[in-house]
Ligand binder design. Sequence first.
Ligand SMILES: NC(=O)c1ccc[n+]([C@@H]2O[C@H](COP(=O)([O-])OP(=O)(O)OC[C@H]3O[C@@H](n4cnc5c(N)ncnc54)[C@H](OP(=O)(O)O)[C@@H]3O)[C@@H](O)[C@H]2O)c1
Length: 329
Amino acid sequence: MKAIVVKRESKMPLLSWKEIPDIQCGPEEVLVEVKATAVNRADLLQALGLYPPPPGESEILGLEMAGVVAAIGDAVHNRQIGDRVLALLPGGGYAQQAVVHHQMLIDLPGSWSFAEGAAIAEVWLTAFVNLFIEGTLQPGEAVMIHAGGSGVGTAGIQMAREAGAAVYVTAGTQIKLDKCRALGAELAVNYKEEDFFEAVMTATGGNGVDLILDPVGGAYLNRNLDLLKENGRLINIGLLGGNSVEMNLATVLGKSLRIIGSRLRSRPLTEKIAITRKFKERFWPMLEEGRIHPVIDRVFPIEEAQAAHAYVRKNRNTGKVILEVGIEE
Ligand SMILES: NC(=O)c1ccc[n+]([C@@H]2O[C@H](COP(=O)([O-])OP(=O)(O)OC[C@H]3O[C@@H](n4cnc5c(N)ncnc54)[C@H](OP(=O)(O)O)[C@@H]3O)[C@@H](O)[C@H]2O)c1
């Protein structure tokens, strides 16, 4: 099969589409012929050698895919060759073949493209687990979603809206701000022009919010803590704005706040299966109906993974950047 191979000789890693040995599925896995995968920030870091895959997992980049089942493990009885599926992966998506535990699979609706399928797993499951399992978001609550125009943000806004929460976001361009409002955000703050704390405090009549989903980290920590109501929850999922900052614990104690760091990729398989099942039960029917939808910015052929990484690194995307895997003789 072919896969993206990373060469790290200069400062910028070189990504090339090359022949590597075929893979096989284990007894409880299926082998999928990958038709599309997507770029995630974790891939950018992994390509730089800064975010190795969990022990024992594929060294190939790629945390999600959509494709067609091509082989089935001996212990899998509910799948057929030819099933159109999508799934979260611990790695290995940037390739013509990927293996995945059969309980991680989600059926791709007949009317959906593979690109749409590949836009789901990583960002929708991340937004879901953090808003609803870690963050216990309830109807009537207020939630702040930073980087609202990101893949995670565009998924999170829609699910939070459907759950009956009031959604506030930050984003750094007019296109992203407009998209966030169109997806259901009550207020979208351009963090480059306005202080998000002041803007959201004004919009909530001085009340603040119950939950914050934050991929920015250090640069936002103190304003995030100030923005939370009593018993508020701050879920940190990234460090785009740095990882080190001085904070006053009196704010945390004085409002009984919870600060939670949360990762998806490193969770045990059993937890990922449970998260996938709960997500499917609650939000998959809405995705199938089209009430909520994956947001795709651009589709690149996988041979242009290098350019796709550069596009994401420059913060150009609103929603997902997809890599399509063509059929080769
Ligand atoms: N913990 C987990 O399990 C997990 C899983 C998936 C993703 N993540 C993290 O969640 C974040 C979003 O992922 P994604 O794939 O949805 O990302 P994405 O689509 O690539 O979007 C990220 C956006 O963040 C904004 N941003 C970048 N640097 C920033 C900064 N210093 N301050 C404020 N905003 C900044 C940019 O938008 P603007 O133009 O608005 O600045 C950028 O386009 C990433 O940090 C990713 O690593 C974590």
